[in-house]
Each structure stands twice: as C-alpha cells, then as structure tokens.
Design a protein around this ligand. Structure first.
Ligand SMILES: [Ca+2]
Ligand SMILES: [Ca+2]
Length: 189
C-alpha cells in the first residue's frame, strides 16, 4: 500500500513538472510572438518604402484600421499612416467610435487637431466636427471638460486629439500635447 502511494506521488510530481514546463513553453511562445510583431512593425516604420512590409489591418464597415504598438509623436504617427496609404483615423459615426473604443487599452492618436486655429478642431481630411455631426470629448462635472488646451506641461497647449480607454465608449477624446509619444490608429479604405 505504501509503495502504491509512493508511486502515485512520484507520478503526480512528474505530471506537475510537465505541466509547469508546458506553461513556460506557452508563455515563452506568446512573448516571442509579441516581440516578433513589434520588431516587424519597427521595420515597417524605419523602412517605410519597403513594399513587402506587412502590417495587420483590422477590417470594420468597409475600412481598414491599424493599431500601432510603437509610440511616436502626432506628426510622425501621421507620416507613418500616410506612408502606408492611409492617414490617422477620422471618427465620423458612433458605430465607428464604439468599434475603436472597444479595441483600445491605452492612449492612441487620432486624426483630430486644432494646430492651425486654436479651438477650431478639424480632422486630417479637413472635415470639421459639425460636418461629421459627432464628437466624443471627455466631460467633467466640476471642472472644465475636454478639450481644455491645458498648458501646465506644454506651454504651447494641447492641439492633438487622442482616444483613451475610459469607462464609457462615448466620452473618451482628450486634447494633449502633440509631442507626447504614444500609440496611434491609422485608417485606410
Ligand atoms: Ca488646442
Ligand atoms: Ca486636454
């Protein structure tokens, strides 16, 4: 009887070890895949001309979206999207806003800015917010809502738009300093 228990214990230990090793392999594979994706994306960014640099675009409602893992300032992010045949995303409907908001876990540049005239927000295709008919700025009850052109960190103010992972999908745009290095969303037809 005690030999049987010893055998069972030994088996159990072996199985546990196997499981542990398997878990390590799975974790390593996941890490390697993520690293591979990041390296490929970096290559795409630094060799913008390279034709066979493939990026994973997500299709939604007839358009394609690319969520970067690389972080850059607003202008460089935009230049990258343009070099890939698109531009920074323009959000022109609630459906599109909800789709994008459901995909993000941090800050991303969008194609919205008031670089030319302070307070006059336009998309990269020159559409205004009244033309698209939708806007999803973050609202505060006891303080100024976004966009607030806050100058404490960057004295030139906040002239570029982001979407952020917030509790609500319909109030998550902020204006921030265009010099921040953050992720970005490209869009193309
Ligand atoms: Ca501004
Ligand atoms: Ca702001």
């Amino acid at each position: 009887m005690s030999r049987r228990i010893e055998e069972l214990t030994a088996n159990y230990t072996r199985v546990k070890e196997r499981l542990h090793i398997n878990n390590i392999i799975v974790r390593n594979t996941e890490e390697l895949t993520a690293n591979y994706t990041r390296v490929r994306e970096r290559l795409c960014i630094y060799e913008a001309e390279s034709l066979n640099c493939d990026m994973s675009w997500k299709a939604f409602n007839g358009k394609l979206y690319f969520f970067s893992s690389t972080k850059m300032d607003w202008s460089r992010s935009r230049a990258f999207c343009v070099s890939k045949g698109g531009d920074l995303v323009t959000i022109t409907s609630q459906t599109e806003q909800e789709f994008l908001a459901s995909k993000i876990k941090e800050w991303y540049w969008i194609g919205l800015n008031d670089l030319e005239t302070e307070g006059h927000w336009v998309w990269v295709n020159n559409q205004t917010l009244s033309e698209t008919g939708v806007q999803f700025w973050y609202k505060r009850k006891s303080w100024k809502s976004e966009p607030d052109n806050w100058k404490a960190e960057d004295p030139t103010g906040e002239n570029c738009g982001i979407v952020k992972n917030c509790f609500t999908y319909l109030e998550n745009w902020f204006d921030v300093s265009c010099n921040y290095e953050i992720r970005f969303i490209c869009e193309k037809k």
